[in-house]
Write a protein that binds this ligand. Structure first.
Ligand SMILES: Cc1cc2nc3c(=O)[nH]c(=O)nc-3n(C[C@H](O)[C@H](O)[C@H](O)COP(=O)(O)O)c2cc1C
Length: 361
């Protein structure tokens, strides 16, 4: 038996799981002494990046995996199932906890709260062969981690991200999202990304804030004043070069269902926490994968034709860069990793009390 206090402590740690743009698409309900319900949602209604809710499902997976790891501190074995009949837009996951006196605390527990995204330049020190091996084993069966580290490979990914960033910065639907998810002038943010963690220097940060006041202003700046150049260099090109390398997490069975993406999120979080435990930092580079999902299902990203054409071209480039590794499976996550000092700005989380599902809601 576990008591409510123990479950609250587990949830208090689990809420540090990452989610796209720090949206925290979950609320918690303690149903009984051994039963927690996670009420998920996604952000596809307003967030162009949340393609069919997949990034949110991956975040749900990250949360469920973090909860499982946190529960081992109390000798509790947590297992989850998707509640039948709940819709993909509001899935409920039932987590059951069982006492297991032989269970050892998971060594990743201490990395749960310290894990954080690092969007600035990292050192180019290569991974050690031991780190490479540990990262390859981290996601578990059914997944492969492909590590690309050479300068030539980092340049190729930098080129991909350069084109990708042009889409992000000139797409009106993405502008609406950026406006909503950045907390300007902040070092920490409970429910968004603080602007100091975005990865630009203070002057560019102030300029971006001013320019992003309206789409018309941003569009003018982009078209006539080369406005995409400075952020693309700082946010995409240089970070892609200045890191140890890029990792693809590939899944052997093509992911299609909500459960496939939740499971991919569990694998992603194991890799991310393993990086932290190894003293490495990580930044997801999910948007090329997301735009590739749009292109491969012929789904329109934007009301602007030019943006949709760029998305198609990006998908062609993405596929040409990744086709040699097809036997390793379908890419579900791309990120860069490396050694670095601790970022001095990061996203925090909503308080646990604000994440508890009101009873009867
Ligand atoms: C599925 C998923 C996709 C993400 N994609 C990106 C991304 O493309 N670029 C990026 O900088 N951060 C990305 N993030 C990181 C989140 O923005 C970050 O985890 C969140 O803001 C919380 O911050 P923290 O990880 O520092 O706690 C992603 C996270 C998840 C779970």
């Amino acid at each position: 038996m576990s008591d409510r206090d123990t479950l609250l402590k587990i949830l208090d740690l689990a809420r540090w799981a990452p989610s796209g743009d720090n949206t925290q698409p979950w609320r918690f309900e303690i149903v009984g002494d051994n039963h927690i319900a996670i009420h998920g949602h996604d952000t596809r209604e307003w967030c162009v990046y949340d393609f069919e809710g997949r990034p949110s499902f991956m975040a749900h997976g990250a949360l469920l995996e973090t909860l499982r790891i946190a529960a081992t501190a109390y000798k509790l074995h947590a297992s989850w199932s998707h509640r039948a009949g709940t819709p993909d837009t509001a899935p409920i996951y039932d987590v059951h906890l069982e006492n297991d006196s032989n269970l050892k605390p998971d060594p990743l527990i201490s990395s749960i709260e310290t894990r954080t995204v690092q969007r600035r330049r990292m050192q180019t020190t290569p991974l050690t062969s031991n780190q490479r091996e540990i990262l390859r084993a981290a996601p578990g069966p059914g997944y492969n981690v492909e590590v690309t580290e050479s300068f030539a490979d980092r340049r190729k990914i930098a080129g991909l991200l350069w084109n990708n960033a042009h889409i992000r910065l000139t797409c009106p639907e993405a502008y609406q999202v950026h406006k909503q998810v950045i907390e300007w002038g902040a070092r920490f943010s409970e429910d968004r990304i603080p602007s100091q963690a975005v990865g630009v220097d203070p002057m560019t940060e102030r300029l971006m804030h001013w320019v992003m006041q309206s789409w018309e202003r941003l569009n003018f700046f982009n078209q006539y004043l080369f406005g995409t150049i400075a952020p693309r260099i700082q946010l995409d090109y240089l970070p892609a070069i200045f890191c140890a390398g890029h990792l693809f997490i590939r899944v052997e069975k093509t992911p299609q269902t909500l459960i496939d993406f939740v499971a991919a999120g569990c694998a992603m979080q194991r890799v991310w926490l393993t990086c932290t435990a190894q003293g490495l930092y990580l930044q997801p580079e999910m948007t090329p994968i997301i735009f590739n999902w749009y292109a491969s299902t012929e789904t329109v990203v934007s009301r602007l034709k030019s943006v949709n054409q760029e998305v198609k071209k990006l998908a062609t480039l993405f596929n040409s860069l990744t086709s040699d590794s097809k036997p390793l499976g379908h890419p579900v996550f791309l990120c860069r990793v490396g050694n670095s000092t601790e970022p001095n700005s990061r996203s925090k989380r909503l308080a646990l009390k604000d994440l508890m599902q009101p009873i009867n809601s």
